[in-house]
Design a protein around this ligand. Sequence first.
Ligand code: FE2
Ligand code: FE2
Length: 326
Amino acid sequence: MTVTDLPRQSARPTNAMSEAALLSELEQVVETNLNRHLSTAKEWFPHEYVPWSEGENFDGVLGGKAWSPDQSRIPEIARTSLILNLMTEDNLPSYHRAIAVQFGQDGAWGTWVHRWTAEEGRHGIAIRDYLVTTRAVDPVALERDRMTHMSNGYAQPDSYDAVHSVAYVSFQELATRIAHRNTGKVSQDPDCERLLARVAQDENLHMVFYRNLLGAAFELDPDQTMRAVANVVQQFQMPGSGLQDFGRKSVMIAKAGIYDLRIHHDEVLMPILRQTRALERDDLGAEGEIARTELVEFLDGLDTAATRFCERREALLAKQAARREK
Ligand SMILES: [Fe+2]
Ligand SMILES: [Fe+2]
C-alpha cells in the first residue's frame, strides 16, 4: 500500500550513535527476545492445515483436470489477497538477504535471522499447499507471478540503516498479521480461516520481537530512533508493492476492509507508537523533536484521509445495496 508518494527523508541526527555501536548494544536485547520467542513459539505443521483429500491431479504431465475459476470455493477478493500475501512470503530469500546484510549473521542476531526465515518459509509452504489442493487459484498464473516477483527481488531504500529496518519490520509484521487474519475472514472457508489465523500467530510473535528491539533502540538513542520512525512511517509500503497491478489490487483489498488506511493508522501504526511511547517521550533533543513533529503531522493527515476513505466506501456500499434492492 502506498501511503504517500512524497518521501520526506531527513538525515541522521548529528550526534547519532554509529550503526555498529547500536547493533552491538542491541545484541543483548536480541538474545533476551530470541529466548523469549523460542520458549513462546509453538511448533506447528503446514500439512495438518491442508484438506489433501480434496486434491486432484492437474492437466499436463499427469493428464489430470485443468484448472477453471468455477472450481474455486473462495470469493475473488480472497483469492486476490491470498496471492498478494503468498507472493510476499515467497520473496523470502530477498528479505533474508536484506536483514542478514543489515543485522549480520553472528551471535544472537544470526540465530534470529535464520529462525525468522525458517518460520516465514513455513507460511509460503502452507498457503501454497492450501491454494493448489483446493484449486482456489489458477496454479499456472500463480507460478508465473512467483517467477516474476522473485526475479525482481526486494531492496530496501538505500538510506535505510539498521534502526530504519527495525522500525520497518515492526510495522510490517503487524500489517502482515492483520492482512492474513482479515483475508481468512473474507474467504468464507473455515479451512482457509484456520490456516491464516495460525500464520497470523507467527506474525504476531515476529512483530513483538521487532517492536521490543525498537523500544530498546529508543532507550539507547531516542533522537536517531525517532528520525528513523518518522521516515519509515511516511514512506511505508507493503513488500508486495512491486507486484504487477499492485495498485488496483490494493484498492480492492481496501474496499473489502482487509487492509485500508483506517486499519493502517489505528491497528498498525498507533499500537507500535504507543508501545514504544514514541509520541509521549520526554528524552528527545531538538532533532528528535523535529522528527516527532513531522510524524505527528503525517499521522493527522493520514487519519483525515482514512476517515474520508471510509465515508466514501460506506456511501458506495449503500448505493450498491440500494441498487440490489430495486
Ligand atoms: Fe509470514
Ligand atoms: Fe513474519
